[in-house]
Design a protein around this ligand. Structure first.
Ligand code: NAP
Length: 258
């Protein structure tokens, strides 16, 4: 069966890569594109562009909506897609916990698959998993995530997801000196259950993360680098196929590849 795919955010850095990946894949048919503004009627192989998701769905009947847009738009897109029985594959980061809860509830009601993947790169997912295992033995953890300077949300969805996974295995620990004082606000990074997350934004970067786990006289560093956006596309392809077989919310590719 050919899977009919729509992509939101096709002019973006991730969206452009996803459009060409989906067009090249014989198992997929790209039926429509959702953009924030209509600069032209079609893109690529005459794929129609819409600025309204409901119109896109009504006119092209996609099976899957791949969202690679912005934090302010992705929640509405995901809810609308689910309401219409279209399965979301979401790469956009920046969901709040409350938004994730309401998406989970709607997925349960609709009984269709929905994949939210803070990181589509298989190597990054492995880094998160290894960090989760290591934190059982080395509970002092600092995460340094580094991204290009056009990224809007901080910390990254990958860093938050890493911290959430580590939290499942890490014994509660107070990190740093009990009387430590920030001379400049933010110097110690964001506090996630005692772990610290530091966000670097610089031109030239794509998506990089280190998880530092300190112990007596030792430091374990886990590092992953995405050097180009092609690194995310195998995860996008996997998610489009997998979401068709699921009837629940998958939050993080580790739920399907590990
Ligand atoms: P980007 O280059 O800024 O692209 C975002 C695109 O979304 C822009 O073309 C923007 O158009 C469009 N857009 C904004 N609002 C929209 C709306 N309401 N409807 C349709 N399109 C809309 O960003 P990017 O680097 O491609 O990243 C996109 C998202 O993916 C970000 O949240 C990023 O954090 C995430 N990301 C995820 C992964 C992963 O593995 N999961 C990897 C990399 C990035 P305008 O600018 O014209 O408004």
């Amino acid at each position: 069966m050919v899977i009919k795919v729509a992509i939101a955010g096709p002019r973006g850095k991730m969206g452009r890569e996803a459009v060409s990946t989906v067009i090249k894949n014989a198992e997929f048919l790209l039926v429509g594109l959702l953009d924030s503004k209509k600069q032209e009627e079609t893109l690529g192989d005459n794929i129609p562009i819409f600025t309204s998701l409901t119109e896109l769905i009504e006119e092209t009947a996609p099976d899957v909506l791949v969202d690679l847009t912005v934090p302010s738009a992705v929640y509405d897109h995901t809810i609308t897609a689910l309401e219409y029985g279209v399965r979301p594959v979401v790469g956009t980061t920046g969901f709040s916990d409350a938004q994730l809860d309401s998406i989970r509830n709607l997925v349960e009601e609709k009984q269709i698959g929905c994949i939210i993947a803070p990181n589509f790169s298989i190597g990054a997912v492995l880094m998160m998993k290894f960090a989760q295992t290591a934190a059982k033995y080395l509970p002092n953890v600092e995460i340094i995530e580094m991204h290009h300077d056009e990224k809007i949300d901080a910390p990254s969805g990958t860093a938050i997801k890493t911290a959430q996974m580590i939290q499942n295995t890490r014994k509660e620990a107070t990190q740093g000196h009990p009387q430590e004082e920030e001379i400049l606000p933010g110097a110690r990074g964001a506090n996630f259950e005692g772990m610290r997350i530091h966000s670097v934004r610089l031109p030239g970067l794509i998506a990089h993360q280190q998880v530092l786990l300190g112990g007596d006289g030792q430091l374990l560093t886990l590092r992953h680098d995405s050097f180009n956006r092609g690194s995310f596309m195998s995860g996008v392809v996997l998610s489009i196929k997998e979401v068709m077989c699921q009837n629940k919310l998958i939050y993080g590719l580790e739920e399907i590849i590990l």
